[in-house]
Design a protein. Structure first.
Length: 220
């Protein structure tokens, strides 16, 4: 089996003394002009903590030594070189576009949690219409606040994406930040924290750009 770590650019040499999943040595393969970093495994890898950490360590080492890394999430395995090459050929343009997008960038995550809770019914048993108006006003206020947090960070990013779903978070997002703007991004996070002391704002990173590696595109 062949385990894929990612697509790299401007990698002078493989990280010394770094082995992959199952302690397999790292290898370089070139397909359609793209350089892939892989290792050999005996069989398809189970999702164990050791295997996931080994994969993450390789990606981190590649980030430190490459001009750009489009990381693969854990679990991208192929039976042989032919299957790997076939898979890459079908997405070569997409992968090249993704590599260009993440070049010179790091990923940061941000969560903003509000301590506010939906207001309780007021005395006097308001009508259903009043209740819905209140809820609508609360939701609009949350959306405005989320935009107020998101927009200045997005302006410092090459790409960004917001996560929705059933999360109670006011804002949950990922930002692809050029290395030259990392300090300014951190300053902006601290400014937002000071301006919104009633919120819990958690910024994580820097990370390899996993979020933006899926399809080579991000939402502005």
């Amino acid at each position: 089996m062949i385990h894929l770590y990612g697509v790299v650019e401007e990698l002078a040499e493989l990280p010394p003394a770094v082995v992959g999943v199952d302690e397999g040595p790292l290898e370089r393969h070139r397909v359609e002009g793209l350089e892939l970093i892989v290792s050999r495994t005996v069989e398809r890898n189970d999702v164990t903590q050791a295997a996931v950490l080994s994969h993450a360590n390789v990606v981190e080492e590649l980030m430190a030594r490459s001009g750009a890394v489009l990381p693969a999430r854990f679990g991208h395995t192929f039976t042989d070189e032919q299957e790997l090459a076939a898979a890459v050929k079908t997405k070569a343009s997409e992968l090249a576009r993704g590599l260009k997008l993440v070049r010179g960038c790091l990923e940061f995550g941000l969560r903003a949690l509000s301590g506010d809770r939906a207001s309780q019914n007021t005395p006097g048993e308001p009508s259903g219409r009043d209740y819905m108006r209140t809820r609508l006003a609360e939701e609009k206020a949350r959306q405005r606040l989320a935009e107020e947090l998101h927009e200045p960070l997005a302006r410092l990013s090459r790409a960004s994406t917001r996560f929705g779903g059933a999360s109670p978070d006011l804002l949950q997002a990922a930002y692809l930040v050029p290395r030259r703007d990392v300090a300014a991004f951190g300053d902006e996070v601290r400014r937002l924290e000071a301006a919104h002391a009633d919120l819990t704002i958690v910024c994580t990173g820097p990370w390899p750009p996993y979020t933006f590696a899926a399809n080579g595109e991000g939402e502005a």
